[in-house]
Design a protein around this ligand. Sequence first.
Ligand code: PXG
Length: 454
Amino acid sequence: MSSNQIQQQDSEHCFHPFSNYHQLNRDGSRVIERGEGIFVYDAHGQKILDAMAGLWCVNLGYSADALIEAATAQMKQLPYYNLFFQSTHAPAAKLAQKLSEITPEHLNHVFFTGSGSECNDTVIRTVRHYWSCLGKPSKQVIISRENAYHGSTMAGASLGGMKPMHAQGGLPIPGVVHIPQPYYFGEGQGQDPQQFGLERARLLEQKILELGEDKVAAFIAEPVQGAGGVIIPPESYWPEIQRICDKYEILLVADEVICGFGRTGQWFASQTYNIKPDLMCLAKGITSGYVPLGAVMMSDRVAQVLRDYDDEFTHGFTYSGHPVACAVALATIEQMQQTQLIDYVHDELAPYLAEGWQQLSEHPLVGEARIKGMMGALELVADKTTLQRYDKKLAAGTLCRNICVNNGLIMRAVGDTMIIAPPLIMSKAEVDQLITLAKKCLDQTYTELQHQIG
Ligand code: PXG
């Protein structure tokens, strides 16, 4: 089938996620044909360096044969069975054990889902059930943050703090409230960053006091906000959040759907930030994106309460613990362990990427270059000293994204913030290639913007 035919069928029949359908039908979609290493190839044969690892997930790149072999073998042995009605199977049991081993010490129990969004639906149901089991059914409210991303189901989008998502479908659902985010570049300029971090954390305390401790079930957050624009909190932020959750008996939920599996330079960002979440959401990198899988890790304390409840927890999905997905996750973790990937990322790759990334901060278009592990952001500005943005009408971020892809580089734009989260298996030479391409694209974007301003 030609790429034109694919585009035609696609445009006639296929609704795309988060898309303006009017615009999509006018411009047509890019047909991605194959992947190899850290590159994807489109139907015209253009080679594109995928600095977003798909959607923050293809951590092992596009050529991880061990994952494909694990999926094939499992498909032949048992392509599907479920964990309902007192059944189990080896891939689910083995993966549950493996996740207990690699996640922080106190997290030894798992509820499997099909995606990150389903993890967060599971979180809402679990924390409310937990408090109800403990005889505190009034503890229902979950506090989240503005500009957070926790998925696109009713619960996920409600926990998320994206206003355009709330506007479609009457969200958030009741019992979810949001506090401001620790976004220093966007909202803290002029203040001391550590003081700003503390102040933003203390808004959680303020919100708990305002609602009443007896009403609040949990606080949920991404250790580093991903889709919101790679927002790296000041170092003062997380210790204060942990202190507040402990003081008021609020469950802490770390949404590590993006941050987990090495993205911040350790297995989990909860280790990077030294926090002790009661629940931890995992997806994406758990299978390197090869097949869908999500997992909610639970602490011993939470698990014990659910276990002591002598009736059903009425929750679960057809694909909770899908054997093929679990087999691929096991192969992913084994490959990461065998190749000592986390050590490579932590000791060599991330510091090397950080060096290159920091050089981009000298570019006239860049107001800030920040990076944590293998996730980075560039703030595009019209004026490097005042940090003033370009006029929104110029859509500088979208312009830069389009220039990137035309030059063979996938960088994502969140407004005028350019972000990357490349595969963890890249070589240093590929990091050089990424930085060279990024610089070239910034140059072209700058020239184009200057031209438009006149
Ligand atoms: N939590 C976090 C922190 C996420 O980043 C989800 C939950 C939901 O996962 P599922 O598997 O239901 O999509 C996510 C997903 C983007 C982008 O454009 C980010 C995500 C998904 C799609 C696009 O940055 N993150």
